[in-house]
Design a binder for this molecule. Structure first.
Ligand code: B12
Ligand code: SF4
Length: 438
């Protein structure tokens, strides 16, 4: 079949990200001999007219639209992205009779609601590799198929992506970064987090040899400035990431990389291995700023562990940054002040501080918010809705954080001042490698 895949994500905050999910879908469909045309609306600098023309030139028999983000999860300058997706869907409808299906992380968080809002025909919830093949087969043969296909009902698969030249070139020009996913799933139970819902609660790693083959291919073909491992947590509790790093060292991958880490008792040998395999910077999801609020988020570590993790990286001259969310369960005026103090102490660690937690369906924070009367039973979570600890009025929370972090040079608050600073920070990371980035 001729299948068009449209990546609808226009967000460039904190930076433009290569559409890895649609790339995987394109790859598996091509392996089944479907003719696939990928269009990334950002990379193509698409207008309504150019999108219409691309559709009529390709004349697809099926069109997939990827929905990565519903919103920007930022309570202080919220953006809602589904109107763009609805508009793209309408353009596709105008130009072709082909069936339209949705997929992607944003879509999978609220599939029924997003399908209805955007006005598409079908949706694939979760990892799309196997379900998309079944969907294409059914449409091709005229067999009836459910509107929503859930990945859990299909054989597990974990594929690499197609990295189409025109799309890769745009992202390399913009950031120098190419993303790779090495594992899926997270076994932790942080109260606000949707990642285990999206990817499951068990870590499943792709074969190290396959990942490193892909890195060698990408390095030699595109010369990226940096790889970004998009795993929910890179340092899984079983430490399977160390095997990957060993394979990278053995194969002489010399491209810098970065990833999300959760605070842990890192051994110096593991950090040495990260350094030898080219780590550029560790993004530590510290998430809360005090012991009490870490416990409120369901974390299994305390702030001393955050400090210990940072120190372990810094000791081997590895740059580390931390992100925090103020205002979660058990936040009080006292924890805010204590947290500002804690974060200020970590002078060598850039800190990015958000306020309020985006409430996503089926996460424990949703039940907490209902219990505390923050949302009603029929509240529509499609529209950005945030949890703020009822113990501190929101405005007061903002004022405490703003005043507290004003003179703390390594901390960014409020988040709308973050975009530029984070962008500068990222650019600096890639520029320092001297390759690829603008
Ligand atoms: C890594 C990551 C980042 C990194 C990206 C680094 C990089 N260079 O790529 C950084 C930190 C930069 C980032 C930023 C943001 N992120 Co982010 N990010 C993630 C994370 C952890 C993984 C994304 C990823 O690449 N996964 C790997 C790919 C292969 O998986 P996938 O895209 O889901 O694809 C699979 C399926 O979804 C499906 N699929 C995907 N597309 C399609 C299309 C079709 C047609 C079909 C059928 C199927 C399908 O099949 C794929 C293969 O199985 C997810 C959470 C998660 N665990 O999913 C959040 C996530 C996607 N991010 C999210 C958000 C909100 C953002 C930001 C807006 C936040 C912010 N203000 O910083 C920005 C936006 C950036 C941008 N320009 O778009 C949200 C989106 C949900 C929402 N509320 O809208 C998520 C889900 C996290 C969350 N809070 O719940 N992010
Ligand atoms: S916040 Fe991180 S460690 Fe916690 S459940 Fe989510 S991905 Fe796992």
């Amino acid at each position: 079949m001729r299948i068009m895949l449209i990546s609808n994500n226009l967000s460039t905050d904190p930076y433009a990200v290569f559409p890895l999910g649609p790339g995987i879908i394109a790859n598996v469909l091509r392996q089944k001999k479907h003719e696939v045309k990928q269009i990334d609306l950002l990379a193509a600098n698409a207008t309504d007219a150019s999108l219409r023309k691309a559709i009529s030139d390709f004349d697809p028999q099926l069109v997939g639209i990827s929905i990565r983000n519903i919103d920007n999860v930022n309570s202080l300058s919220p953006c809602f992205f589904l109107d763009d997706a609805a508009r793209t869907t309408q353009i596709v409808r105008d130009e072709t009779q082909a069936g339209i299906f949705l997929g992607g992380a944003g879509f999978s968080l609220m599939p029924e609601a997003v399908l209805a809002y955007v006005g598409a025909d079908y949706g694939i919830v979760g990892a799309g590799e196997s379900a998309v093949i079944a969907l294409a087969q059914a449409i091709d043969s005229g067999t009836e198929i459910d509107r929503l296909l859930y990945a859990v009902n299909f054989p597990a698969a974990f594929s690499g992506a197609a990295y189409d030249d025109d799309i890769v070139e745009y992202y390399l020009r913009e950031t120098g970064i190419l993303p790779i996913q090495t594992k899926r799933g997270c076994p932790h139970h942080c109260v606000y987090c949707s990642y285990p819902l999206l990817e499951g609660t068990r870590c499943r790693q792709r074969s190290c040899a396959e990942i490193v083959d892909e890195m060698v291919f990408l390095r030699d073909k595109f010369h990226p400035a940096m790889f970004y491992f998009t795993d929910s947590i890179f340092n899984d509790p079983e430490s399977s990431y160390l095997e990957l790093l060993e394979t990278m060292v053995a194969r002489g991958i010399s491209v810098p990389w970065s990833a999300f880490f959760t605070p842990a008792d890192f051994t110096s040998a593991s950090i040495t291995l990260m350094r030898r395999s080219g780590i550029k910077t560790a993004e530590l999801g510290a998430d809360a700023m005090t012991d009490a609020t870490l416990a409120g988020l369901g974390k299994n570590y305390n702030f001393a562990m955050v400090e210990k993790s940072c120190a372990a990286f810094l000791k081997q001259d590895i740059q580390v940054s931390c992100s925090y969310i103020a205002g979660g369960p058990d936040e009080t005026k006292i924890t805010l002040l204590e947290g500002i103090n804690n974060v200020s102490r970590l002078k060598q660690v850039p800190a990015f501080v958000f306020m309020g937690i985006r409430i996503l369906p089926d996460t424990p924070i949703e039940s907490i918010a209902r219990r505390e009367g923050i949302i009603s039973n029929d509240h529509n979570l499609l529209y950005p809705t945030f949890y703020f600890s009822p113990a501190v009025p929101k405005e007061q929370m903002y004022n405490i954080l703003e005043a507290g972090f004003k003179s703390v040079k390594h901390a960014v608050f409020p988040p709308h001042s973050m975009s530029n600073e984070l962008r500068v920070y990222r650019k600096l990371q890639t520029a320092l490698t001297g390759k690829g980035a603008k």
